[in-house]
Design a binder for this molecule. Structure first.
Ligand SMILES: NC(=O)c1ccc[n+]([C@@H]2O[C@H](COP(=O)([O-])OP(=O)(O)OC[C@H]3O[C@@H](n4cnc5c(N)ncnc54)[C@H](O)[C@@H]3O)[C@@H](O)[C@H]2O)c1
Ligand SMILES: [Fe+2]
Length: 385
């Protein structure tokens, strides 16, 4: 067996109603002053309002809710200003990946000073950060356990990567009741982000391990079974629980082994055209899978058999069946099948070249099992349009 490193520092608590006790996790800090990061949409839900009122009754908490979808640098800077004014020394993130990523980078700046751009890149953090808790309200990104954060630089139209084991939240509270209010379309899109994490983690080059394989394969199976149910009936708490736990498992997997070409191409599109991350992944996933097919046949075949979409066929037939079943899942979930449907403008000339440059230099590309030339990337974007 090849040597590997697997690192997952976050304590995970799962269960209906567990979010209520999230504050207990950090309130022992002497003089604890919490900045709670969330977004405006979530503040419209009864459960989030109830939780905040409960927590505020017993703790000093200031709320920052100006996080935009896709976690912008401006939101990070505004939250830092508020937290510094309020002398906060602990952070709770209550929201989807955008909220959790914002909280992670706010924590970097509160602890280490400077600006976000001073700390971007991999393994640039030099010490532990302030105590932090992440409570996901979507089941997709795995950001509650991952060692990375993606923040959009509006000026450059580019997603910035921050990566370090210090970025992981100290504790994650997985409460399926919080996901019930997530609309059907976002349930499908965020779920497909988790599906993409699983598939890409299972075919990375040189960084996977028996632990990441096991997490990603089991998570993929849970998502296949329960994501359509969660989309169909958002109040189905068993389906919400299964997809939530699966997305966390997928987060643990990809955090240790990386993702691949689908994420690289998706980050470039999301940075330029503000498309939703999970939705963009859903569109690009079949194209990325077909691109990798000849290099990942055995892995795809193993996945197909585990998911029981293939039985005794040879590897190439089984691998093709996996791609077919992913396309069927995307159809069943009613998700768009091309970039045009995401309102991405016609891709040509300078714009296309800019996207290709962004995708080629995206850190996710390093782990892809097949090297992609600029010509390959152009072809995938054109086919996916
Ligand atoms: N750090 C990581 O490991 C990681 C991994 C994957 C993606 N990401 C990042 O996460 C971001 C996407 O996060 P996301 O897909 O969770 O979406 P999101 O956080 O952007 O939320 C999407 C929308 O859903 C709403 N919403 C969230 N939870 C809700 C709920 N329970 N009820 C009603 N509305 C709800 C939000 O208000 C928002 O309008 C992107 O910026 C992406 O780059 C990070
Ligand atoms: Fe993702």
């Amino acid at each position: 067996m090849d040597p590997f490193v697997f690192h997952t520092p976050t304590k995970i608590t799962f269960g209906q109603g567990v979010a209520a006790s999230a504050c207990d996790a950090i309130q022992e800090i002497p003089g604890c002053r919490i900045v709670l990061i969330t977004d405006k949409q979530l503040l419209k839900t009864d459960l989030v309002n109830y939780l905040i009122a409960q927590w505020q009754a017993q703790n000093h908490i200031c709320v920052f809710s100006d996080v935009l979808s896709d976690a912008h640098l401006t939101g990070v800077n505004e939250a830092v200003r508020l937290a510094k004014n309020e002398k906060c020394n602990a952070i709770i993130a209550l929201g989807g990946g955008s909220v959790i990523d914002t909280a992670k980078v706010v924590n970097i700046i509160l602890t280490l000073g400077g600006e976000a751009l001073d700390h971007q890149g991999m393994n640039n953090l030099t010490s532990r950060l302030l105590p932090s808790v992440a409570i996901p309200t979507t089941a997709g990104t795995g950001a509650e356990v991952s060692l990375v954060a993606m923040i959009k630089d509006d000026i450059e139209g580019k997603k910035l990567l921050f990566g370090s084991p210090f970025l992981a939240a100290d504790q994650a509270f997985l409460d399926p009741e919080l996901i019930v209010s997530l609309p059907a379309g976002l349930t499908a899109a965020t779920g497909m982000d988790a599906v993409t994490h699983c598939i890409e983690a299972l075919v990375v080059e040189g960084t996977s391990s028996p632990i990441t394989d096991c997490l990603a394969l089991d998570a993929l199976n849970r998502l296949f079974k329960h994501l359509p149910e969660a989309k169909k009936d958002g109040r189905n708490l068993e389906a919400r629980s299964q997809t939530l736990v699966a997305s966390t498992m997928a987060g643990m997997a990809f955090s240790s082994c990386g993702v691949g070409i689908v994420h690289a191409l998706s980050h470039a599109i999301g940075g330029q055209f503000a498309t939703h991350h999970g939705m963009t992944n859903a569109v690009l996933l079949p194209y990325g899978m077909r691109f990798n097919l000849g290099f990942a046949t055995k892995r795809y075949a193993e996945m197909a058999r585990y998911l029981k979409v293939s039985d005794k066929e040879n590897d190439s037939v089984a691998a093709q069946k996996l791609i077919d079943s992913i396309e069927n899942l995307i159809s069943d979930l009613g998700l768009p099948k091309n970039l045009r449907s995401l309102s991405v403008p016609e891709l040509d000339g300078e714009k296309l070249q800019q996207l290709v440059a962004l995708a080629s230099s995206d850190p996710a590309m390093i782990f892809n099992t097949r090297q992609a030339t600029e010509k390959d990337i152009v072809k995938i974007y054109e086919d996916a349009y």
